[in-house]
Design a protein around this ligand. Sequence first.
Ligand SMILES: [Zn+2]
Ligand SMILES: [Zn+2]
Length: 358
Amino acid sequence: MKGTMKAQVFYEPFVMKYEEVRIPTLRADQVLIRVRACGICGSDNAYYRGKSPLETPTGKGPLILGHEFSGEIAELGDIPKEQGLFKVGDRVTVNPVQYCGACEHCLRGLTNLCEFGGGRGASSDGAFAEYAVSKYQNLWKIPDDLAFPQASMAEPLACGTYGVMNMNVNLGDTAAVIGPGPIGSMMVRMIKAMGASKVYLIGTRDYRLHAGQKFGADVLMNTKAKDSPYYVEDVVAKVAELTGGKMLDRVITATANAEAMQQALEISGKASRVVFFGLPGEGDEVRVPALRSIFSDKTIRFSWLAPTSWPTATKALFSGMLDPALLITHHFPLKDLVHALDFVQERRDNVIKAVIEP
Ligand SMILES: [Zn+2]
Ligand SMILES: [Zn+2]
């Protein structure tokens, strides 16, 4: 498609410009998407604030951020056109990890480790724009009754679902999610669906704990706000008390706070499984109590992106089993992206998930 579009172009930390740029041209295996919704992720704020480098060769911009998006197909490249699986106007959500499909990792199904692909909004232009491109192999058609903002939650849900799949929840297990953000709340729903008997949700803000409660959390703990009815001064002691000293079977961290990783090791019990999911800072380290962990026959697992979980996540989302509407608290137009990033960063107005709608 010829012509120009509005886009938010990120140049360097705290320099984002709302510009008129050329509509991207398509390779044979790509489609052009008219962006209808693009969620703001914690990583977008990390890039914008210079806390984490981009995945471009130089680690720098200019780049259009935004990787949690949905929209309508506006144009097809030659291959999808010939193949006939998609047509202009189809409503889709996108897996932004545009893996090559041919390297040794991709051939093993570990597309999250592909070194030849790259992420939309991290190493190539993303969706804080009127149009974005995607490989046709990375599209999921969405049901007619699923709104675009909800559909844009497919990507964070797929990542969270992969984390939950890595927990190997057994029927009746007790579990904890540390970090009641949008992904943490969706994890609670998936962990419950996988048969956990009780899910603990641990965080620092009551309004987020309440959202997680609506997704099925049984026990809420606030580790920071002393005036909270859920305030717990010593989480380890409280978990020990509530579990009769057994501690928990499954624990996942869904926060950037590295202390959560330490805490996860302390509140997990015998034969437990701990999954580290939330992205800590670059220099952060975790100390593992070595002997005690061995005596507990404990498993520690790391979880990155969503190589195998898109089918499960989209089934949950498209069937209505998991409705993320409650988590989408704020909507902003494309021109207000910088304001929206600040808004989310400062957790204003009890924001949980903010979505840009170009
Ligand atoms: Zn994200
Ligand atoms: Zn690959």
